[in-house]
Ligand binder design. Sequence first.
Ligand code: DMJ
Length: 658
Amino acid sequence: MYGSKDYVSIPVSDSAPTKKSRSFSLIRIWKRATRCQKNLIFLVLLLTVLSILMYSNQISKIEEEEMEAANQWRQKRREAQKIKSHNIDTGQIGDNQIQLPQLDDQKKKALQELENKIQKDFQRKPVVIKQGPPFRHNGPNEGNMQMVAVDIENIPDPVDSQFVNTGTKKKVENPDPLDIPGPKDENLIGDAMISQAPRTERQVFVVNMMKHAWEGYKKYAWGHDHLHPISRRHDDWFHVGLTILDSLDTLYIMGMKTEYDEARNFVANELSFDKDVDVNLFECTIRVLGSMLSMYHLSHDRIYLDKAVDIGNRLIPALSQSPSAVPYSDVNLKTGKVHPPKWGPDSTVSEITSIQLEFRDLSFLTGDMKYKDAVDKVSLHVHNLAGKRDGLVPMWINANRGNFRAGSTLTVGARADSYYEYLIKLWLQTGCTESMYIDDYLAAIKGMQMHLIGESIPSGLTYVGELLGGRTPSAKMDHLVCFLGGSLALGSVNIKSQHPKVAKEHMQLAKNITNTCHEMYARTPTGLSPEITYFNLNQDVREDLVIKPLDRHNLLRPETVESYFYLWRITNDTKYRDWGWDAAQAFEKYSKVPGGYTSIKNVMDPRNTQPMDKMESFFLGETLKYLYLLFSDDRNLLPLNKWVFNTEAHPLPIHSLK
Ligand code: DMJ
């Protein structure tokens, strides 16, 4: 009804409650609250105040860190500017980069002569593919493999001369009756081809590890790059069945015929490199090209040579299309398109200097010098490049400009490691004829002694640290550095006649570093090494090794057992075999899962290793191969004066040019 009052009016104040009324009501609430409620409110208030205090403390810490970083950055900028102006003064250009110095005519001439000599020496070697050694077999599926008679001329001396590439062949008596080829085991391949020594118990153990890893891979990841042994899945990186390729020569050397046939069938029938996928030049060279070359040398099965040529041709644009002598890090296998790494402008020094053994071998096999020329150009460039410090290389290098990144860290670990490894191995590869490599190698080791090598407290363990930003010492050592013991020992026996004093020093260093790497395993509760270890330099601390929470993972890496192998072959000291055995046991105990072997996140807690669900291809390609060789009683199995292992443990022959 219109006009009648059908609602109740309530007087409402239009203004918000005043501060006074609000505090009155809070007091009222407080008064009405029970003791228990009051306690609760008090607790909440206390916690709030504490959190605010902690938060502001944190903020000021972050601010301090940012300030510190900014200061460091400013300092670096000032240094960079100094370098820049220095470069301008000396006629070089540069934007925080160091340029190749202008060579005077005399130096240019000397370099050209050196280059010609290398070229000539290399070409003197008969090219296998042209001369065509009789293929010993046509692949496991196309005929029975024949046993190769042991060439008595090629049996190395039992002790030192085994390692020294004198270039002269010496007729020697067979050092051990066990080495005489015995009756052929139908199930053996690699051993039957290379040697006939019986397997040791420890070798059988490693063969079983390989079998287990292979079975898991075959079941859950066949044709893919890597196995995830826990989730029983896989991942692809290059899309080429990387684990199969990395495993081939290990299966061959271990004489695992059935598994080897499966792998060889994959190469023959399924493997294609015609993939629209960007691959890393270095990783693809050491794993894929390295494995194909090795397999060709071991088996003389033509299929591997064809694949080696195919992958070599697909990788070469990374070298040929660079505007400088420094290759691009990535190349597309189908299109040949190249580019620097996705995460930054620079390549790492290890990746551009650890492709040479493989490409040079490809030239050796095919007679086509384009592969060797391309990688020799890189080596020569790095050899002459300004910015090294006493033979040590900054870890970043730019493909567009061809120079080191100024202020890069100096390390023998990640990003630089195999530069040092390949210096000695490149010298060995052509029968110790190319002095540039040995000169750089000797200078680098001296540089390490001057700047990177130290001793921990209290046990005096020899570590190889880093110079952060090229100047700040850090007692940090990657597990990757553990290759160095092996390389030093290998170098030592080969330089002995020319540099006896240095050789002795290097051998001692090799033993000390390998001992430290052993400690990195032995001192953790799992017996497995962490990825990174810091060494204590503080008199008040009683433990040599400092293992930070984020560095506690173990990726099944090979470097330590690799050095055990070299040290055992070279010194005959059985402790290296025992240490290798301990490592194998630890892998078996903490990394083995029903689906294969897995990387783990925490070597410090045996009850909670936190498996990472990944089996790297190098576990089969390197770690298990080196363990097998370490436990072999047969010194003729890939003797070190005939073979040089690439950084992925694929053996390539030494071509003595003398
Ligand atoms: C391998 O791919 C090679 O040994 C490389 O030189 C370093 N990293 C892994 C193994 O740790």
